[in-house]
Design a protein around this ligand. Structure first.
Ligand code: ADP
Length: 249
């Protein structure tokens, strides 16, 4: 059975700087993410991971190539249509949580609906706060929550619109290792029990081991993939990325 990919990226390039001296952050990335899967993107600093995630999130436009979210080609969408796309089809989680400090957990999770001019669905918010293990903390402000708890609120907020894909940019980068494990286990749970699709950029082999597949980026290209990753295997591959480039070039 074939199902529509949650995310489909075709030969995407992204060039920065002046045409005389361009920086090719993405050099022709092609990647398909099946629904209900957890993918980790790894690569050295400067390999194009953030640019890739920003393009997939509709936060920036590729210089060439196509991007499809849930089967819909969003490449040429206007900024206002992309704003709606991000609200309705994409959940984003950042390293630094990005919660509103003066809103409690419940209000933060309800914020996307308010920004869209609607009324938050209280039952759905309560359900999601329970999924992320914070049912008892719904009235707490971010400052009254640990880093791991704040990131779990951010995950609940990212899930509230039932997105086609959850994009996570180093979601454990600001956390201690125990909180990081909780957040990774939660992301895994959203895939296994809610059927969510997750794409996570990370530099941590342990984080990557929670994914179904790891995609290795080198110099703006997908240089290799690894299924059923273990932290050891990922760390080993990261130490020998040059070998991947030799195989693919
Ligand atoms: P990573 O997330 O893997 O560290 P990035 O996607 O941030 O990599 O960057 C890829 C390349 O693109 C790097 O060489 C970086 O310097 C360059 N780059 C990223 N963003 C910009 C920008 N706004 N202007 C110019 N160059 C950029």
């Amino acid at each position: 059975m074939t199902s529509t990919p949650a995310l489909s990226v075709h030969d995407v390039t992204r060039t920065y700087g002046d045409p005389g001296n361009p920086v090719r952050a993405l050099d022709g990335v092609t990647l398909t993410v099946a629904p209900g899967t957890f993918t980790a993107v790894m690569g050295p600093s400067g390999s194009g991971k953030s640019t890739f995630l920003n393009c997939a999130a509709g936060l920036e436009s590729p210089s060439s190539g196509r991007i499809l979210i849930g089967g819909e080609d969003v490449t040429d969408w206007s900024e206002s249509r992309r704003t709606v796309l991000r609200r309705e089809k994409i959940g984003i989680v950042f390293q630094s949580f990005h919660l509103m400090p003066y809103l409690n957990a419940e209000q933060n999770v309800g914020l996307p609906a308010r920004l869209a001019g609607g009324r938050p669905d209280k039952a759905r918010i309560r359900e999601l706060l329970a999924v992320v293990g914070l049912a008892e903390r719904s009235r707490h402000l971010p400052a009254e929550l640990s880093g791991g708890q704040q990131q779990r609120v951010a995950i609940a907020r990212a899930l509230v619109g039932n997105p086609a894909i959850l994009l996570a940019d180093e979601p454990t980068g600001a956390l201690d290792s125990a909180s990081a494990r909780d957040v990774l286990a939660l992301l895994r749970t959203t895939v296994d029990t809610l059927g969510q699709t997750v794409l996570m950029v990370t530099h941590d082999p342990v984080a990557a081991s929670y994914a179904d597949e790891v995609v290795f980026m080198v110099d703006g290209l997908v240089a290799g993939r690894m299924g059923q990753p273990t932290a050891e295997a990922v760390a080993g591959q990261m130490a020998h990325l040059d070998d991947l480039v030799k195989v693919t070039s």
